[in-house]
Design a protein around this ligand. Sequence first.
Ligand code: FES
Ligand code: FES
Length: 164
Amino acid sequence: MKRSVTLSVNGATRTAEVEPRALLVHVLRDELHLTGTHIGCDTSQCGACTVLIDGRAVKSCTVLAAQAEGQAITTIEGLAPRDGLHPLQQAFWEKHGLQCGFCTPGVILTAVDLLASNSDPSEVEIRHAIEGNYCRCTGYQNIVAAIQAAAATLRGASAARAAS
Ligand code: FES
Ligand code: FES
């Protein structure tokens, strides 16, 4: 029997009729048509389904949609400002941090979580943070470079705000 779930997704309130067992990733993709959240495995390992829930990176295949009610969900579609790219998206573009792009939404959202708590992560810290996000294309080196570049951009923006 289906029940109504009300989710806050990318700043908007969205409602869907789903089975109680429905996973968040399936509701995002199939009911809300936010297909930037990918499914790359059925073992909760690949990280392609990562979203932010109240600012923390979470594999959305590990969460029931009903469990996410009342929390703020951000998918890759909600990350960029209206008029451009998020600094992480820009850095992935500039540093060639992606090839096929399948893993990229999950990696970027994991990096958002990392940079929120660590504005200047080392390479080791970045690699540790993204260890739950599999990439079969890049070899990770350019992903690390992109996250480092975005961190520098965000630190610069923060310093500029503090000085103004
Ligand atoms: S789809 Fe692979 S971890 Fe969620
Ligand atoms: S860019 Fe293809 S899986 Fe990461």
